[in-house]
Design a protein around this ligand. Sequence first.
Ligand SMILES: [Zn+2]
Length: 315
Amino acid sequence: MAPESRNDLPLTIDLQFLDQPGVVAAFLLRAPGDTALIEVGPASTLNTLLKAIADAGVELDEIRHLLVTHVHLDHAGAAGALLQLMPNAKLYVHELGAPHLIDPSKLIASATRIYGGLMKRLWGEIVPVPEDRVVVLHDDELLEVAGRRLHVLYTPGHANHHVAFHDLDEGAVYVGDVAGVRMQDCGYVRPPTPPPDLDLEAWEASLDRLAALNPTAFYVTHFGRATGTLDHLQQLRVRLRAWERLVLEGMRAGQDRAAIALTMQRSGDEELALLVSPEVIRRYEAASGYTMNVSGYERYLRKRHPELALPASSL
Ligand SMILES: [Zn+2]
């Protein structure tokens, strides 16, 4: 397809997660008769997404590709419901993520353990994805969607089944959560480190892989287009290890999760307060909460430091 026959930049859709602007994004890539979405958001923001698609003048049967960076509910929760409404669409997902969208029972059970009665309000109704509408993504493969060439990069660290999409025409990368959380018009990059997959070594290898591309921009799910990609990655790399030290210190001192999260919040919010308003600090928290981040580190660190696996009272 000739480049002039499509819109070059994707449309960033603000899903207004929990009625907050600028927290969760989806990206609409348009070409005549061949439109794609990268990230679909949670099922709770389905109506916002559908309205934005209609406002963009796109019919639901024109959407052929739904690509998700990983299966966490804020990125892929709406996939099953959307496929019911988009007769020509396929869902593209990492091979390790696909089973959890086809049968979301484990995803729902683990989220319910964390969110309990808030499940419905946060994530909406999670609908299974029919197996025959799934396209399993392989590392290093080349997709042609919406008049673009997208190079698939396995990028574990935040999740073991995370992929990024390198748009070879724009030189930008759709990074999901592997490049962290960076709110609009703000340079600060926060690591999102939830359980159960956090793996710092794998994550650093993924950051190396992204840096080697020298991307022109990132499309960050939380939130939007960001430039200065190498500084961005470096900031994330430093903060991932700084938080590891902070959590390890707290665990060695026998602190519980809430106490460690408070320490992390004090240091993180102090850095943020120099840069942004309290409203933007709340957006960071909505996308990547400190308590959740500490619990991801606790699990990661217990695997690497066997002595920490013991309850504090028996040390
Ligand atoms: Zn996320």
